[in-house]
Design a protein around this ligand. Structure first.
Ligand code: AMP
Ligand code: MG
Length: 508
């Protein structure tokens, strides 16, 4: 490996000098351990497709920490080789590139979809035996591209990288981002953009829409998908006597947990179509998502969500709607008699609201630092009074909790009499348990969230000025959102009229 002591000698020098000395090292290619189980499903589930070659690939961002978690040794990586591999210009040994077939309900309407601009290279197995999809997003035409170009813009891929890594930092299940590459080709939207490819890592890319695809187009193969998903994601259900029903319930519970986490941090997914709901319960597809600043359940940022179908406060009921679609695609496997199957599915589905409400309430109680011993009715009243007050006073969702835990100054609207009397009551509720209360709050209330104006500024600087410094600074802060960081205090501030007119796009 050569010159190892040099890392110690020069580790205190600037990045540039380190880079220089890296040339003394032997560069190495990354070694994947592929086992492509999805590619062994019947051929209706995918179409073997190679990524389209790109003219001049270069690695713009590489997630060393994630690479280490995946047992891919990133140190001293050969960047030219990495550019070739993660652009799809060179095949990674052992990969079996495919475009996955899936359908989905988009804004309530059923459509055939599929990977139109993404290619699954295969499943990489870590030393501990964990399986991860390695997918290239923006890698060119597939049979599912329909009218699209199969490409992605640099801005959209940087946005996905930043927000998905922020979600991981917030400890919320999510697909991850391993790399962003520039392709060297232009992508044409309303304006001309630089083209990019994101390497996306996921427990799998199997969606509710994958089951809808199977049920509609290859119903005889639905049970193969069912068994595959149970083996891969819910192996305990192999012992079940009612696998399809129990899978429906397990996926529902995973979704409930996920949505509760979104509600904890003010995350608005923005396009909760059934093709964007992962069977493994990870947040997937960072198109028009955004974080809510001012608290209001009706908050929507997506330019195409004119009816507010995917508004912040609608996310739980939309998740239930999506699970109903999932149930619909499982019915024939839930019970051979349709009426019985419907009754069984309904029973599961009807349990959604109460389970969600209980979990959401528990989560909100943690944000307020309540212990389980404190009177339940008093906790409920305190929570609902606070949420009403926040709505009425246009309070910032994140910072209100930070004011309570003493990490933001109590000033402005928080000095109003109604808030102060609520605050005194809240303090009285955990009198004597302040330390435990603070601990609970700090574990659940992030200090930093990807504020829309910060994200846009970072993307502007990266895409318009070719300057990634601010992007990387934000990435550092957002990936450690619970850590006290005095030097980053300005990133907690909320400028006036923060989101006036702010819109997000299914930017591709
Ligand atoms: P999304 O909005 O990213 O969930 O994508 C919805 C569907 O549109 C999926 O089938 C995508 O593969 C497809 N799609 C999105 N952008 C493009 C593109 N630029 N070219 C081809 N297909 C696309
Ligand atoms: Mg999608």
């Amino acid at each position: 490996m050569g010159f190892i002591p040099l890392t110690f000698l020069f580790s205190s020098y600037s990045g540039k000098q380190n880079e220089l000395f890296c040339y003394y090292y032997e560069k190495h290619a990354m070694i994947f351990h592929f086992d492509n189980s999805y590619g062994k499903l019947p051929e209706s589930f995918y179409i073997p497709t190679n990524p389209t070659q790109v003219p001049d690939p270069s690695v713009l961002l590489f997630n060393d920490n994630l690479a280490r978690e995946l047992d891919l040794s990133p140190d001293n990586m050969d960047m030219e080789e990495a550019a070739a591999l993660f652009s799809g210009n060179k095949m990674i040994p052992g990969s079996f590139p495919i475009a996955q077939a899936y359908a989905g309900h988009q804004f309530g309407n059923f459509t055939m979809l599929g990977d139109g601009r993404a290619i699954l290279l295969g499943e990489h197995i870590t030393k501990a035996g964990n399986r991860f999809d390695i997918q290239l997003k923006g890698s060119g035409y597939t049979a599912f591209s329909r009218g699209g170009d199969g490409r992605a813009t640099l801005r959209a891929m940087l946005r996905e990288y930043l927000i998905s890594e922020a979600m991981a930092g917030l400890k919320i299940p999510t697909t991850r981002s391993l790399a962003v590459l520039k392709t060297g080709a232009k992508v044409y939207r309303e304006e001309v953009h630089e083209g990019a490819i994101l390497t996306r890592i996921a427990s799998s890319h199997i969606r509710v829409g994958t089951f809808e695809f199977a049920n509609r187009f290859v119903p005889n193969e639905s049970s193969i998908l069912l068994d595959y998903v149970i083996d891969r994601h819910y192996p305990d259900l192999n012992l079940s006597k009612s696998k399809a029903r129990d899978l429906m319930e397990a996926v529902m519970l995973k979704q409930i947990d996920l949505i509760v986490q979104w509600m904890r941090v003010g995350f608005i997914h923005g396009v909760m179509n059934t093709d964007n709901m992962s069977i493994a319960g990870e947040t997937i597809d960072y198109g028009p998502c955004a974080f809510m600043n001012t608290y209001h359940p009706e908050t929507v940022f997506s330019s195409i969500d004119t009816q507010g179908r995917y508004a912040f406060g609608n996310q739980p009921s939309i998740a239930q709607w999506n699970i109903a679609c999932f149930a619909g695609s499982l019915l024939s496997m839930i019970h051979e008699e349709k009426e019985v199957a419907i009754e069984m599915a309904k029973e599961v589905l009807n349990s959604f609201p109460a389970i969600y409400q209980e979990k959401w309430q528990d989560m909100m109680f943690k944000k307020l630092g309540f212990s389980k011993e404190t009177d339940l009715q008093r906790r409920k009243n305190s929570l609902s009074t606070l949420l009403d007050w926040m709505t009425k006073n246009k309070a910032d969702y994140t910072n209100t909790f930070l004011v309570l835990q003493g990490d933001m100054p109590m000033e402005g609207i928080y000095l109003q009499e109604d808030f102060q009397s609520w605050f005194t009551n809240w303090q009285d509720m955990e009198r004597g348990n302040e330390e435990a209360r603070l601990k609970r709050m700090r574990e659940n209330n992030p200090l930093f969230i990807p504020r829309n104006y910060l994200v846009e500024k970072a993307l502007d600087e990266a895409c318009l000025n070719d300057d990634l410094r601010f992007f990387k600074e934000l990435l550092d802060i957002f990936t450690n959102p619970y850590a006290q960081n005095a030097s980053a205090a300005s990133f907690m501030k909320v400028p006036d009229s923060i989101d006036t007119g702010y819109k997000t796009f299914c930017g591709t």
